[in-house]
Design a binder for this molecule. Structure first.
Ligand SMILES: [Zn+2]
Ligand SMILES: [Zn+2]
Length: 76
């Protein structure tokens, strides 16, 4: 398939959570895991937009608090 941002052919894509385009790793600016199943990705275009970058950073704070309150696994 083709990266929707730069047009390069890619085998594995990431999807930007803000513009919803399927992008290659080169076009991906940053990614964060916000929970065990959710991961957010931001592309270089969206990173350049202040409002989206702020949103991305505030979402990454959720990740930190979740790690903080995640219980340690009990011994069996
Ligand atoms: Zn690309
Ligand atoms: Zn984007």
């Amino acid at each position: 398939m083709i990266c929707e941002r730069c047009g390069n052919e890619i085998f594995k894509y990431e999807q930007c959570n803000y513009c919803k385009r399927k992008i290659c790793v080169n076009c991906m600016k940053s990614s964060r895991r916000v929970s065990k199943i959710n991961r957010i990705v931001i592309c270089k275009d969206c990173w350049g937009k202040m409002s989206r970058r702020k949103q991305f950073k505030s979402e990454s704070k959720v990740e930190k608090s979740e790690i903080k309150y995640e219980p340690y696994p009990y011994q069996r």
